[in-house]
Design a protein around this ligand. Structure first.
Ligand SMILES: Nc1ncnc2c1ncn2[C@@H]1O[C@H](COP(=O)(O)OP(=O)(O)OP(=O)(O)O)[C@@H](O)[C@H]1O
Ligand SMILES: [Mg+2]
Length: 410
C-alpha cells in the first residue's frame, strides 16, 4: 500500500452480471469506514451471476480496481469478493454440546456450531457461511447471546450456505489473475442485507430482495437472525430480452428503452404515449405505444415476484412485520414497489445502501447495495479479528495460490 496513514485499508469487489464495482475504504481509530476510492466497469464475462469467460472478467475487474486505486491514491493487495448464482444452496443445521464447567464459553459455542455442520455436503460444494439462528440452553430457546449463561446442554440452530467449488474457483482465479489476493468470498445477499436493512427490520422480520441483471438474491431475517438465503437466476436482463423480443429491437437498444421509458402500467400518465423503437438490420425505426412496453415489463416483474413467493416456500412474506425491501438495479423500475406490494401482500420499500462517510454520489443507488455491504462485512471482520485483515500478499505462482486457497477453505 502506497498511502501512508495510520488507518487500515480494506477493499471490496462486487462481481455482478451487469457491472463490476471496486470500493476502497479506510477504517479509522473509531472503527468507522470512509470510502476513498470507487471504480465501476461494465461486466462482460458473467451470466446469471457466474463467471463464464475468465478473460473478460479479468479485464473488467482489472479496470474497476485501477480506477478505484487511482482515486484512493493507493495500491490494494487483498479484497473481499461477492458470490451469487443458482449454485448457492442453503441447509438448516442442528448440533449440541455439553457445557463445560456449567457456564457457556466461546469454546462451547464453537463446539455446538461445529456439531451443527456435521452433515453430508456433496463433494462439489463448499460451506461458505455458517450463520447461527438460535441457541437453546437446557430446552430454553430464543437465546442469541449465550455466552456466560448457566446450563448443562447447549444446542445451536444454524443456517448453512454452500457454493459450487467450480463457480468459486472461477472467481478466485479471475481475482488472482488481476494480481489480487482474496480475503474472503462472501454471499451477495448477506452483503446486501448488511448495507440496506436496519437492525429493527431484522428484529421485526424482513425480506431483502436484490434484483440485479442476472440474479435475484433473497435474504430473510426474523428475530435479528438470518433464516433463509436464496439466489434465483432471473433479473433485469430477462426484462431487457423480453423487450427486445416483443418490440423486435436489438438487445442494446432494448436496454436503453427500458431505462428511459419503462414503468408499470399504473405509472403511465398518458403523456409520452409513443416511443421510438430502432429496428433490427436496415429496417426503419418505428413508433410503439408505451403501454405495450409497460405491459411486457410488468408481466416479467410479476413473474419474478411470483417465483420469489414460490422459492421462499413456507415462509409467508405477509407474516414479516417489516415487509419486503427491494434493492439492486432492477428495483429502480418506476412502479416496481407498488407491483411488489400487490403480489406479496405486504409493505414494500426501496432499499438504498446506508450512507457512508466519504461516499461518492455514484455509489448511492440501490445497485450498489452489495458493494457497500461487502465493506460493512469486512468492517465486522476487522472489529472481531483485526490481525486477520492485515494479510501479506503471496508471491506464489497462480496454480499454487489456487491450491492454497482451496486447501485453507475445505
Ligand atoms: N431505471 C431502471 N429501471 C429498470 N431497470 C434498471 C434501471 N436501472 C438499471 N436497471 C437494471 O438493473 C440491472 C442491473 O442491476 P445491478 O447493477 O444491481 O446488477 P448486477 O449486480 O451487476 O448483477 P447481478 O447481481 O444480477 O449479478 C440491469 O438489468 C439494468 O437494466
Ligand atoms: Mg448484484
Amino acid at each position: 500500500m502506497v498511502r501512508s496513514s495510520s488507518s487500515e485499508i480494506i477493499a471490496s469487489v462486487d462481481i455482478g452480471t451487469s457491472k463490476i464495482v471496486a470500493l476502497i475504504a479506510e477504517i479509522n481509530g473509531d472503527n468507522e469506514l470512509k470510502i476513498i476510492g470507487v471504480g465501476t466497469e461494465p461486466s462482460r464475462g458473467l451470466k446469471k451471476g457466474v463467471v463464464v469467460n475468465i478473460e473478460s472478467t479479468v479485464d473488467s475487474i482489472g479496470k474497476a480496481i485501477k480506477q478505484a486505486e487511482r482515486i484512493a491514491e493507493c495500491d490494494i493487495n487483498t479484497v473481499f469478493a461477492g458470490i451469487a448464482g443458482s449454485h448457492v444452496r442453503s441447509y438448516d443445521g442442528h448440533g449440541f454440546v455439553r457445557i463445560n464447567e456449567g457456564e457457556v464459553s466461546q469454546e462451547d459455542i464453537d463446539g455446538a456450531v461445529d456439531a451443527s455442520i456435521a452433515m453430508k455436503i456433496p463433494s462439489e460444494e463448499r460451506i461458505l457461511h455458517v450463520l447461527p439462528k438460535d441457541f437453546v440452553i437446557d430446552g430454553q430457546d430464543g437465546i442469541s447471546e449465550p455466552i456466560g449463561m448457566s446450563g448443562i446442554r447447549l444446542e445451536a440452530d444454524v443456517h448453512i450456505v454452500t457454493i459450487s467449488r467450480t463457480a468459486e474457483e472461477n472467481i478466485v482465479k479471475s481475482l488472482y489473475h488481476c494480481d489480487l489476493d482474496i480475503q474472503e468470498v462472501v454471499l451477495e445477499p448477506l452483503a446486501s442485507s448488511m448495507s440496506v436493512l436496519s437492525q429493527d427490520e431484522k428484529e421485526l422480520g424482513a425480506c431483502l430482495i436484490d434484483i440485479g441483471g442476472g440474479t435475484t438474491d433473497i435474504a430473510i431475517f426474523k428475530d435479528g437472525q438470518i433464516i433463509t438465503t436464496k439466489v434465483i437466476p432471473v433479473g433485469g436482463d430477462h426484462v431487457t430480452k423480453d423487450i427486445a423480443h416483443e418490440l423486435k429491437t436489438p438487445v442494446d437498444e432494448a436496454e436503453i428503452i427500458k431505462i428511459k421509458h419503462a414503468a408499470t402500467l399504473s405509472k403511465l400518465n398518458g403523456t409520452d404515449k409513443l416511443i421510438d423503437v430502432p429496428s433490427v438490420g436496415d429496417r426503419e425505426a418505428r413508433k410503439t405505444d408505451r403501454k405495450v412496453l409497460a405491459s411486457v415489463v410488468e408481466q416479467r416483474y410479476e413473474e419474478i415476484f411470483e417465483v420469489i413467493n414460490t422459492e421462499v416456500g413456507k415462509i409467508s412474506l405477509e407474516s414479516l412485520r417489516a415487509g419486503v425491501i427491494l434493492t439492486g438495479g432492477a428495483s429502480k423500475l418506476d412502479g416496481a414497489v407498488e407491483l411488489a406490494e400487490a403480489v406479496f401482500g405486504c409493505d414494500v420499500r426501496l432499499g438504498y445502501p446506508k450512507p457512508m462517510s466519504g461516499a461518492f454520489e455514484s455509489i448511492n443507488g440501490p445497485e450498489n447495495a452489495t458493494g457497500a455491504g461487502l465493506l460493512l462485512y469486512a468492517l465486522e471482520k476487522y472489529k472481531s479479528k483485526p490481525a486477520d485483515l492485515v494479510k501479506q500478499k503471496s508471491s506464489a505462482p497462480l496454480f499454487q495460490k489456487i491450491q492454497n486457497w482451496f486447501s485453507s477453505n475445505l
